[in-house]
Design a binder for this molecule. Structure first.
Ligand code: SF4
Length: 349
């Protein structure tokens, strides 16, 4: 990671090149060639002198890349990408289109430590955090074959705030005007609710939109759905969100996956309104996407609509997110399901 030039912000590259006796503008060339022209071979960064390129290579510096192993596309236009990591692991990313707008769903870890019970990724073994380079590379590879994205969501495999340093670094890189130069209004980081990290986000150089995976406004049910809620009860989480809003003035999105006869009743809606009604917030109700062996079923569409209507009536802006990419297991909560099938086979074999 230390020797990966793609993993450095422009400020870090400047420090590096100046330390090697070069002019600061050489860092701009490096950054632009890596993050705008997507060059992964030092020798192709020809504005830099041959001797400096050799100096970098001799010191062990390189530019990392991901290997695209597989791409699958659902009839609804959603595509899922399987990328190989240099040390043998793999991650998945998703490209969605909606009314002509393209959204990329990015992974921040290979596997996930949070173990949410409705999510396939939570059931596969955690391998490691991704580097910032591996996060931004997902964007570059998908965009180079399918065109520019309008929005990025950090909602793929992994918990972004369990890998906060690399997540924040990737945002700084993506936002840089000499690189991809993506506006922060177009990037959403979603967390299952790590309270201390939400507070720390207020100090990040680049501020994305924040989404909270809530899924229940009842502590006990939330603990059943998301084991992390035992460490992060709602009181602690809501205090952190209030602090975040006080510091940043930003609206927060609550993600709520609709699970049949579990969190979709009239009382559940009432609890949710009570919990977030006085915040600057909106809600995304997500149609459940079961993975093979998932213990939950999705709520029927009529119940989702009734739930949404109750929230709207209470003045909470609510959007229903319908299932996408189901035939290729690319929907929310389904990433890693393919690997899960392999694990289950091993387990049963
Ligand atoms: S929902 Fe997110 S945080 Fe929970 S297990 Fe899945 S990837 Fe991890």
């Amino acid at each position: 990671m230390e020797y990966d030039l793609k993993n450095k912000t422009r400020a870090e590259l400047t420090e590096l090149v100046v330390g090697l006796g070069q002019k600061p503008y050489c860092a701009d060339y490096l950054f632009t060639f890596i993050h705008q022209k997507h060059i992964s071979n030092l020798d192709r960064i020809t504005p830099l002198s041959k001797s400096f390129r050799k100096q970098l290579a001799d010191a062990g510096y390189r530019i990392s890349s991901l290997t695209l192993l597989e791409k699958q596309t659902d009839p609804d236009g959603t595509s899922k990408y399987l990328f190989g990591l240099p040390d043998g692991g793999s991650i998945e990313s998703v490209r969605l289109t909606d009314k002509g707008r393209i959204t990329l769903c990015l992974s921040t870890q290979s596997g996930c430590r949070m173990g949410c019970r409705f999510c396939a990724t939570g059931r596969i073994p955690f391998e490691r955090n991704l580097t910032a380079a591996e996060i931004v590379e997902q964007v570059y590879q998908i965009e180079s074959e399918s065109g520019s994205a309008d929005n990025l969501v950090y909602m793929g495999m992994g918990e972004p705030l369990d890998n906060a340093e690399e997540t924040a670094r990737s945002l700084e890189i993506l936002h840089d005007e000499k690189g991809r130069f993506l506006g922060m209004r177009h990037i959403t980081v979603s967390t299952c609710g790590l309270a201390d990290q939400i507070r720390r986000m207020t100090e990040w150089t680049v501020q994305p939109r924040l989404a909270i995976s809530l899924h229940s406004a009842d502590d006990l049910l939330r603990q059943e759905l998301m084991p992390i809620a035992r460490k992060e009860p709602l009181k602690r989480l809501m205090e952190a969100i209030r602090y975040y809003q006080k510091q940043t003035g930003r609206r927060v999105t609550f993600e709520y996956c609709m699970l049949k006869d579990t969190n979709d009743s009239h009382e559940d809606a009432t609890l949710l309104i009570r919990l977030i009604g006085n915040l600057k917030a909106n809600v995304n109700l997500i149609e459940m996407n079961p993975y093979p062996g998932c213990p939950y079923e999705g709520s029927p569409p009529a119940r989702i609509k009734t739930f949404a209507a109750r929230l709207e009536k209470a003045g909470i802006e609510t959007v229903i997110r319908f299932k996408r990419g189901r035939s290729i297991l690319a929907a929310c909560g389904q990433l890693g399901a393919q690997r899960l099938k392999g694990l289950d086979k091993k387990g049963s074999g």
